[in-house]
Design a protein around this ligand. Structure first.
Ligand code: APR
Length: 396
């Protein structure tokens, strides 16, 4: 799947800047203090260990699994003209991808560590999951080249749309409509056919001013993002931390290839720089953030579970009332048609085998089987009259 353009640089060609095109050579360069303006370029591969599939990995990638959305072709889910015709597939996907459910990976925390050390010039990401923000990379250091779920607006009148409303609609798998013109609402994710955000064009020359370029978790398939690593100057070290070689990385004298899982790659690089403990501490903090968010979400669910129980009890009460009303109607009918009018209802009641003095003519199970004896009335109680405790026993 990779798209390496040519064979990697000949081993006999010495690097211009690094002492060697290895992890050690790279760590030595970083520890020397010569790398203080680092640009990072990332794609979906850095979020896969968070549970968010990437796009193009065979079998596991999103595009291999969107068949269930009946798309004319996989990338249509992010195609603006298709979205206008049929927003359903996108909103089905948005339900799965919406931020807040996923914990940043240690790779996201590595980018935050570069910032904390004052070494991050800019992060260019293609991802829309906002995990860089969750990991603590500040807004002014991030260029979300393909937009993100951070903001949403109407595609007709461009009116911003409230975050709480879109969260509610996405959670309920509903299509949000503009409160002003009823137009389709779309998160500010860049669809195929749409212009990249201004911030991308304002920052796309930054790699020329960098002294290290780190590319992680991307196939470098989509332009103009894929041209960013090529915007660095000759002699600027570039490192690819990715499962496969992509985008011509490895062709220049100061390119370092750390092929494999990106979480492993950043841990090895952090260890070589003496930063592993700090990195693991930063990443451990992200568990708390998500735990709070998940607990909040769970609390919401729990509350709704209590409400659901309350609804259940209301429903049950209503059913019992209806049954009792029904029995009252039956009772009136019996009284008016069968039983003779008399002062002492008790005697007559006894002659009909009804327990005298009872509040009503129902037996203790609250049904009228003794009046209208039928096969049906010998059956067990209908499930709806089971008490809440019965339901729990039945695991309902
Ligand atoms: N570790 C390292 N590399 C990984 C990992 C991982 N855990 N998981 C996946 N990868 C690699 C894959 O091998 C692939 O090279 O990450 C890359 C992911 O590539 P894509 O799925 O194409 O994702 P991306 O590059 O972000 O796609 C770019 O395409 O459809 C558009 O808008 C969409 O922003 C997206 C753009």
């Amino acid at each position: 799947m990779g798209n390496e353009e040519s064979t990697p640089i000949d081993e006999s060609v010495p690097p211009q800047t690094l002492t060697s095109r290895t992890l050690e050579g790279l760590a030595e360069y970083i520890k020397s203090g010569k790398a203080s303006r680092i640009v990072v370029m990332t794609g979906a591969g850095i979020s896969t260990s968070a549970g968010i599939p990437d796009f193009r990995s065979p079998e596991t990638g999103l595009y291999a699994n969107l068949a269930r959305l009946n798309l004319p072709y996989a990338e249509a889910v992010f195609d603006i003209s298709f979205f206008k015709e049929n927003p359903e597939p996108f909103y089905t996907l948005a339900h799965e991808l919406y931020p807040g459910k996923y914990r940043p990976t240690i790779t996201h925390s590595f980018i935050r560590l570069l910032h904390d050390k004052g070494l991050l010039l800019k992060l260019f990401t293609q991802n829309i999951d906002c995990l860089e923000r969750e990991a603590g990379v500040p807004d002014d250091k991030i260029v979300e080249a393909h937009g993100s779920f951070a903001r949403q607006s109407c595609i007709e009148c461009k009116q911003p749309y409230p975050e709480d409303d879109i969260k509610r609609h996405i959670a309920a798998k509903e299509i949000p409509r503009c409160h002003h013109c009823k137009g389709l609402v779309k998160p500010e994710i860049v669809f195929f056919g749409e212009q990249l955000p201004q911030a991308f064009f304002e920052n796309r020359t930054l790699p020329m001013h960098s002294d290290l370029c780190i590319v992680m978790g991307t196939s470098l398939t989509v332009q103009p993002f894929a041209s960013l690593p090529g915007a660095t100057l000759e002699g600027t070290p570039r490192v690819l931390i990715n499962k496969e070689r992509v985008g011509g990385l490895g062709n220049s004298a100061d390119d370092v290839l750390l092929l494999g899982d990106c979480d492993d790659g950043v841990k090895r690089l952090a260890e070589a720089c003496g930063w592993l403990e700090e990195l693991e501490k930063l990443w451990a903090e992200t568990a708390r953030i998500v735990r709070d968010e998940v607990q909040l979400a769970r609390h919401e669910t729990a509350k709704s579970k209590d409400e659901a129980l309350e609804d259940e009890i209301d429903k049950l009460t209503k059913e019992v009332d209806e049954t009792l009303n029904l029995s009252k109607w039956h009772k009136e009918k019996v009284r008016s048609e069968i039983m003779p009018r008399s002062a002492n209802g008790a005697e007559d009641a006894a002659s009909y085998g009804l327990r005298s003095g009872s509040r009503s003519h129902e037996d203790e199970k609250g049904n009228l089987g003794h009046v209208f004896v039928s096969e049906a009335s010998k059956e067990t109680q209908p499930s709806s009259t089971k008490s809440v405790s019965d339901r729990k026993e039945d695991g309902e």
